[in-house]
Design a protein around this ligand. Structure first.
Ligand code: COA
Length: 200
């Protein structure tokens, strides 16, 4: 498994132009139609970051990697024996690459209306959220990472999975997956969900 991240605040404009050129035509169109400059930069940086991380992991040139998308939007690298996941928030883009299915989610910590937790958290998770300063984003990103790992994305299924966090140990209601927090920056929470390898 390899996790990488990038802070777009420290990147020169010329780098973004170089990275833009290596994106697929579909991706270029998507980015060109975006109105918010920050979001454009995040998408371009995320594309370049994934190319570089997969390139390092598989020993293939970044520009030779072709991305595809499942029906539900989960990205994959065509013809390569790896899985990967992307997330972006604030100034950061993150990428996780693994030989097994993987999901990553990053969120910039910001003020939230705790009532939003009613929509996604179980009673036990809500207790944790109220008792822990970053509990809201820990539970939220763990759920996003899980649903990105299994490839469904988020929706009404959000309470199908639940978490307990105690002394930094993450327990999940679903077996067969490992979860980690990736400490990148004090202002962000980043969670990773990785499917465990099958043992025969
Ligand atoms: C797609 C979704 C997982 C993205 O999460 P997010 O926190 O908004 O954004 P992130 O930056 O963390 O992740 C975006 C990346 O998720 C990936 N992604 C999209 N669909 C995915 C899926 N089904 N499985 C795994 N990854 C997916 C893409 O790579 C995307 O990056 P890209 O747009 O640069 O290609 C989430 O918004 C979702 O499931 N949306 C659909 C349902 C919905 O909107 N529900 C409302 C909330 S309850």
């Amino acid at each position: 498994m390899k996790i990488s991240w990038i802070n777009i605040g420290s990147i020169e404009q010329s780098e973004f132009e170089k990275w833009f050129d290596q994106m697929s035509d579909k991706r270029k169109k998507e980015v060109a139609s975006m109105k918010v400059e920050q979001k454009k930069k995040l998408r371009i940086a995320a594309d370049a970051l994934c190319r570089k991380t997969i390139s390092d992991y598989c020993g293939i040139a970044p520009e030779e990697i072709t991305f595809g998308y499942s029906e539900k939007g989960k990205p994959f690298a065509k013809d390569l024996p790896v899985h990967f996941s992307i997330s972006h928030s604030g100034d950061y883009a993150v990428c996780a690459v693994s030989e097994n299915e993987i999901g990553i989610d990053i969120e910039k910590i910001r003020p939230v209306n705790q009532r939003v937790a009613d929509k996604f958290a179980t009673e036990k998770e809500k207790e944790y959220i109220l008792s822990s300063s970053n509990g809201f984003f820990e539970i939220w990103t763990l759920k996003e990472a899980y649903f990105k790992c299994i490839g469904t994305g988020l929706g009404k299924n959000i309470k199908d999975v639940s978490f307990e966090i105690s002394d930094g140990i993450i327990s999940c209601s679903k077996s067969g997956y490992e979860f980690f927090f990736n400490p990148i920056n004090d202002n962000y929470i980043c969670s990773i969900c990785k499917k465990k390898a099958a043992h025969f």
